[in-house]
Write a protein that binds this ligand. Structure first.
Ligand code: NDP
Length: 460
């Protein structure tokens, strides 16, 4: 049987583009459909604009420190419009590069929504054209989810809109204490927005090491973010230009904007996957094996749509492994172990490996090394921000199971540390590595004393 294409990819985000370019480079006939803009969540409404917003808000905070280093500047004024213009110009440029690179690799890009009509059949929704394909790759990504039972969705922003928000609200309430909630709390409070973060757990960043959670939680509060825990949204109402956020405990927060950041979900609804017989799990994620194969022989899926580890570099590696396996005769499984990750809080978090709690559960006897200190730069500024560094070590063989950093440049540091941890480094390997002075990261190789829990106060 002949097909119009060897590969038809739905979604021109990180995973879809990597897979399609590699497949096209082998001479395969490749098409990609994208209903929004090339680059996907990461480039258009995620990692990249988020990091620019972090930079923009951090400048605001560092203005307070300039005087301590002798700089005298006039009254500062932040122009959000001009920042947004500059940021979106850069996003347009990057999205253009994604589209250009795809086309230069030989792939055809259709800028419209595509849905499946069968195991080897795709239809473009606007133009109505249909194509047959030997293989179909679902790389449609994810989208913000809405928590069950919370009313007033029409009055609430998601992270998608935050990158276009103008003017900035005076008062913002954020629901959700995960990656997005914590990152936007830092960004918005840095812009001078009166920010309240509401999360149902007792602390932000559930799933992270407890010391990291406590540290980030405290830093948020120290930066002026009001953090409400153990409570969530019941419904959001609009009153003229204001929003009334009704909480589950009966309190009402009056504000100008509300951001819902209660997780993301695979973007599979209406894609025709059921028509093609592709199995989904109860969260709507495409069920795949280690080779990103679905239960339908011709259909594959990579990235957030599979809800494995929802991070850009993971989608890229999954897309690459798919292309190697299916088009380059090089069967490859991407190893999802020890993926470094970061939360661009202020200060940011960098993590690789297991938390203390996970390590105790999985490995029993472990040793903990940890330190908290004020970074050198702040000795002059007087800022009370603290750095946290923590190493989790398996006792019986001294292997480093996890490294956790909260502090300036933590994501940059952890990327390098992840190489050592992935190689199976021991604590002794860390110790015999010479320090680089003066740096924050040097503490990683100078922590000598095992941490032991404070002894309970003895009875008098
Ligand atoms: P997260 O899963 O990180 O956090 C969701 C938050 O919403 C948690 O505080 C969670 O509470 C809460 N929540 C979820 N459901 C409900 C509910 N029904 N009622 C009340 N609270 C609820 O999701 P995000 O939206 O912040 O981010 C989505 C994903 O995007 C991340 O998991 C990550 O994969 C990716 N991402 C990565 C970034 C990075 O790498 N720096 C940045 C941004 C996003 P609880 O903890 O109690 O479950």
């Amino acid at each position: 049987m002949t097909f119009d294409f060897d590969l038809f990819t739905i979604g021109a985000g990180s995973g879809g583009v990597r897979a399609s370019r590699l497949a096209a480079s082998t001479g395969a006939r490749v098409a990609v459909a994208e209903e929004s803009r090339a680059g996907g969540t990461c480039v258009v409404r995620g990692c990249i604009p988020k990091k620019y917003m972090v930079y923009a808000s951090e400048f605001g905070r560092s203005i307070d420190h300039l005087g301590a280093y002798g700089w005298r500047v006039g009254p500062a004024h932040y122009d959000h419009r001009s920042f947004l213009t500059a940021m979106h110009q850069e996003i347009d440029r990057l999205s253009g590069i994604y589209a250009r690179n795809l086309r230069q690799s030989g792939a055809e890009l259709f800028e419209e929504r595509a849905v499946l009509e069968g195991p080897n059949q795709v239809r473009l929704v606007q133009s109505g054209r249909t194509f047959s394909a030997r293989r179909i790759l679902i790389a449609a990504g994810g989208r913000p989810s809405w928590p069950d039972g919370v009313g007033g969705r029409e009055h609430v922003l998601t992270s998608d809109e935050m990158f276009h928000l103008h003017p900035l609200p005076e008062r913002l309430v954020i629901f959700g204490g995960g990656y997005i909630g914590v990152e936007f709390a830092g960004i918005m409070s840095g812009f001078g927005v009166e920010t309240t973060l509401v999360c149902r757990s007792e602390r932000v960043l559930r799933g992270f090491d407890e010391d990291v959670r406590a540290h980030v939680h405290d830093e948020l509060a120290r930066k002026g973010v009001r953090v409400l825990t153990g409570v969530f949204a019941d419904r959001i109402e609009r009153r003229d230009d204001e929003r009334l956020a009704h909480l589950t405990d009966g309190r009402v927060l009056v504000c100008d904007q509300v951001l819902m950041a209660a997780g993301r979900e695979p973007y599979t609804h209406g894609l025709g996957l059921e028509t093609a017989g592709v199995a989904l799990d109860r969260h709507g994620a495409v069920v795949v094996d280690a080779y990103s194969r679905t239960n339908v022989e011709s259909v594959f899926a990579v990235g957030d749509v599979t809800n494995r580890v929802n991070l850009t570099p993971v989608a890229i590696r999954e897309g690459q492994a798919f292309a190697w396996s299916e088009f380059m005769n090089r069967p490859t499984v991407f190893d999802h172990e020890l993926i470094p990750h970061a939360v661009f809080a202020q200060p940011p978090v960098g993590v690789v490996g297991l938390s203390e709690e996970e390590a105790r559960r999985l490995h029993g006897e472990i040793d903990i090394y940890k330190t908290r200190f004020r970074p050198m730069k702040d000795m002059l500024t007087g800022d009370e921000e603290r750095v946290l560094m923590k190493i989790v070590v398996r006792q019986h063989d001294d292997r480093v199971l996890g490294v956790h950093i909260v502090g300036p440049d933590a994501p940059e540091i952890i990327q390098a540390v992840a190489i050592a941890v992935k190689m199976g480094a021991s604590k002794a390997d860390f110790d015999r590595t010479c320090a680089l002075h003066p740096s924050i990261a040097e503490e990683l190789v100078t922590m000598k004393d095992k941490w032991s829990p404070p002894k309970a106060a003895s009875a008098v």
